[in-house]
Design a protein around this ligand. Structure first.
Ligand SMILES: [Zn+2]
Length: 251
C-alpha cells in the first residue's frame, strides 16, 4: 500500500547519502515521508542514509509523537520510551530521536517529505557569525526557486525534544511573517532540513542550499555577498516562468 512512498524515501536517502555530495556521512542525517493522516515513515536510529534499506525505516503514529511538543521537560529515557511506543510494529527498529520534528513538519499543509543532513558547505556558514545573514537573505534566482524566499533560522539548541520544540516555534514565527511555508530550515552549529511535496523537492533544496553556501563563502572572501533586495526576491518568487520550472522539475 505504501510502496511508492517507501521507494521514494529510499531514493531520497540514497541521494542525500552519496559520499561525493558531502551532505551526510556515517549515521548523519535522516529522512521521512508522510504515509497518511495517521502515520509516517522515518529513518531508524543509527542507520546510514547512503545504504538505507526498507527495514531501516520505521512507521510511526503522529498521534504518539505530536503531543510531546507540548511537554515541558522529559528525561532521555522518557523520550526513548515515547519513540518506541510510536511504532506501528513493535518489532521495528527504534526511530531517530529527530522523529518528533519530522512528525511536526510532515503535519504542515502540503508537506509529504522531509530530509535533514549536515552539509559541509552549509555548516561552514552555520558555524560562523554570519549564519543568520545566510538564512534571511537571497543572492540568486535559483536559490529562491529551490529554497524559498528565506530560510527559517534556529539558534543552537541541544538535539532532542527541545530542538523539535524550538523548530516548531521558529517555523510558526516564519509562516506568520513570510505568509508561506518554508522550504529550508537552518540550525545553527548543526545542519539543515528541507521540507516539500516530493522527494525531488527535498534533494533540490538541499543541493541548492549547499551551492548557495559555497557562493556565500566565496563572495564573503572578496567583500560580499551582495544580497537581493526584498523587491528582487518578491519579483522572482512571483514569476510565472519560475512557477512553471518548479512544476516541471517536481520541486
Ligand atoms: Zn542532525
Amino acid at each position: 500500500m505504501h510502496n511508492s512512498s517507501l521507494t521514494d524515501v529510499l531514493t531520497l536517502s540514497h541521494e542525500i547519502g552519496r559520499e561525493d555530495r558531502g551532505l551526510a556521512i556515517l549515521g548523519e542525517g535522516n529522512t521521512s515521508a508522510r504515509l497518511s493522516d495517521d502515520t509516517f515513515l522515518v529513518k531508524a536510529s543509527g542507520t546510514c542514509l547512503g545504504t538505507l534499506e526498507a527495514p531501516d525505516l520505521v512507521e510511526c503514529r503522529f498521534s504518539a509523537l505530536l503531543p510531546l511538543l507540548e511537554r515541558d521537560a522529559m528525561t532521555d529515557a522518557e523520550v526513548d520510551e515515547a519513540l518506541l511506543a510510536s511504532r506501528t510494529d513493535p518489532k521495528a527498529k527504534k526511530p531517530s530521536v529527530e522523529a518528533v520534528f519530522h512528525a511536526y513538519l510532515l503535519s504542515l499543509p502540503g508537506i509529504r517529505f522531509v530530509g535533514h543532513c549536515h552539509a559541509t558547505g552549509v555548516n561552514q556558514i552555520l558555524c560562523s557569525p554570519r549564519a543568520r545573514d545566510f538564512a534571511e537573505h537571497r543572492m540568486f534566482p535559483d536559490e529562491i526557486v529551490c529554497c524559498g524566499v528565506a530560510s527559517v533560522f534556529v539558534p543552537y539548541t541541544d538535539p532532542g525534544l527541545k530542538l523539535s520544540q524550538v523548530i516548531r516555534r521558529e517555523t510558526e514565527a516564519f509562516v506568520k511573517k513570510v505568509q508561506r511555508q518554508p522550504r529550508v530550515i537552518l540550525m545553527q552549529n548543526h545542519g539543515l532540513i528541507a521540507l516539500g511535496p516530493t522527494w525531488q523537492s527535498i534533494i533540490s533544496a538541499l543541493l541548492m542550499a549547499e551551492k548557495a553556501a559555497r557562493i556565500f563563502a566565496g563572495a564573503a572572501a572578496i567583500g560580499g555577498p551582495i544580497f537581493f533586495t526584498p523587491q528582487n526576491v518578491q519579483r522572482i518568487a512571483g514569476r510565472p516562468d519560475e512557477a512553471y520550472r518548479q512544476r516541471a522539475l517536481k520541486i
